[in-house]
Write a protein that binds this ligand. Structure first.
Ligand code: SF4
Length: 160
């Protein structure tokens, strides 16, 4: 199964979430939080080009002035969001495109620059291998019981 940007980002939240998403166990559609995220994605920065797909595993929100942008509803899971943008920058770098990234938080009216450095170039391929190892597992990893569970689309699946 292919590691996508979203799945790579989930690794920084919960390994069980990685496995569910990769195995297309999808409860996101019914989640109000996810619906809000999608609405923001569709209505924010209307003048920009949306939804750039690269080789079916990268879905970049938009590109402007050689900067790739990812729109998020909140900066609460910023480690995961930064990792997602770095994942895109890494794969673009491998294809000869050295770009910058930016996380946009329209509700908070702020944005954060994301750059790829030498450490990322060493660590991202290792993390991708770890994500693949989780995905290849026959069973989902154990319930994490973390703060993020409360807002997770898989809450009912894990906690009830
Ligand atoms: S509810 Fe918690 S344990 Fe379950 S997938 Fe979400 S974050 Fe992971």
């Amino acid at each position: 199964m292919t590691v996508t940007g979203h799945i790579f980002g989930y690794y920084y939240i919960c390994k069980r979430k990685v496995w569910f998403a990769a195995h297309r166990i999808n409860m996101e559609n019914g989640s109000e939080l996810v619906a809000l995220g999608k609405l923001l994605d569709e209505t924010s920065y209307k003048r920009e080009e949306h939804g750039i797909s690269v080789e079916d595993f990268m879905n970049i929100d938009y590109l402007k002035n050689n900067i790739i942008h990812e729109i998020k509803k909140s900066d609460k899971q910023s480690e995961s969001s930064v990792a997602q943008v770095k994942f895109y920058l890494y794969h673009l770098h491998l294809r000869g495109l050295d770009l910058k990234g930016r996380l946009d938080f329209p509700l908070q009216k702020k944005s954060v620059e994301v750059l790829l450095d030498e450490k990322d170039l060493r660590e991202i391929p290792e993390t991708i291998k770890e994500v693949e190892r989780i995905i290849d597992g026959k069973r989902a990893p154990d319930v994490a019981n973390i703060k993020a569970c409360k807002a997770c689309a898989y809450y009912d699946l894990c906690m009830i």
